[in-house]
Design a binder for this molecule. Structure first.
Ligand SMILES: C[S@@+](CC[C@H](N)C(=O)[O-])C[C@H]1O[C@@H](n2cnc3c(N)ncnc32)[C@H](O)[C@@H]1O
Length: 219
């Protein structure tokens, strides 16, 4: 009996079912992109985020929820041949379309990963910066996903989240809720600043909590 209990506990520890679901709405996945790319470029969105994060040649950047790849294709030339962009999503069709886009653009430093709502399935200890851009509000199991993401970061790796400061049902995420949820699974807030449009929140790894002790943040 005791052995069976240990096996069950081991299986649950770090598995999605060990974590609470969010105590708020989760937005439906409705498209592979956030707004049209020309207007995003006019407002300088990607250029600002890339500059503020200090993304540079040789780095490994994960574009989590890459969708149609607005960030992927802009990051690949920045990290260059010694770096890598890992384009990740949970919708196979979006990833297939992005593969075609990347191939057409002849970008040779992009890899693709199909994740799940609770597990990004990224390589361990590999990532300098994980970008979650206009997608956090769609993550059905944010506590489990963020916990798993920790193991994929390099020791000084960061998680950078861009979203709009409004409810999830309006495809945004209130800042206070975001900070509460991300801190709950053992990250520390480094900075939070306005960007056009929305905010850019940056986190680093802190002490990992016991998954069973994580409680959902209340709105
Ligand atoms: C609004 S699009 C944003 C795409 C892109 N990041 C951008 O800025 O244009 C949201 C994307 O997040 C993806 N997504 C939703 N939940 C996800 C999850 N748990 N893990 C990874 N991707 C997810 C969706 O499939 C969709 O491609």
């Amino acid at each position: 009996m005791r052995i069976l209990l240990s096996v069950v506990l081991l299986a649950l520890c770090g598995s999605a079912s060990a974590f609470p679901l969010p105590d708020r709405q989760v937005a439906r996945i409705v498209s592979s992109g956030w707004d049209d790319e020309a207007s995003r470029d006019r407002s300088g969105e990607a250029a600002t985020v890339i500059r503020r994060l200090g993304i540079a040649p040789g780095q490994v950047v994960a574009d989590v929820g890459a969708g149609s790849g607005y960030y992927t294709v802009r990051l690949a030339p920045v990290v260059g041949p010694r770096g890598m962009v890992i384009a990740q999503d949970i919708v196979p069709r979006y990833l297939e379309q992005l593969k075609a886009r990347v191939s057409k653009a002849k970008l040779r430093n992009v890899r693709f990963v199909l994740g799940s709502p609770s597990d990004p399935r990224l390589p361990r200890g590999a990532i300098d910066t994980a970008l979650l851009i206009h997608m956090y509000h769609e993550i059905a199991q944010p506590y489990a996903l963020l916990y798993k993401l920790r193991a994929s970061l390099k020791p000084d790796g960061r998680v950078a989240i861009v979203d709009l400061d409004r409810p999830a049902e309006q495809h945004g995420m209130p800042q206070a809720m975001l900070v509460c949820e991300v801190r709950a699974v053992g990250y520390e807030l480094v900075s939070i600043d306005d960007v056009k449009p929305g905010y850019l929140a940056v986190f680093k790894r802190g002490a990992a909590p016991d998954p069973a002790s994580v409680k959902a943040c209340r709105g």
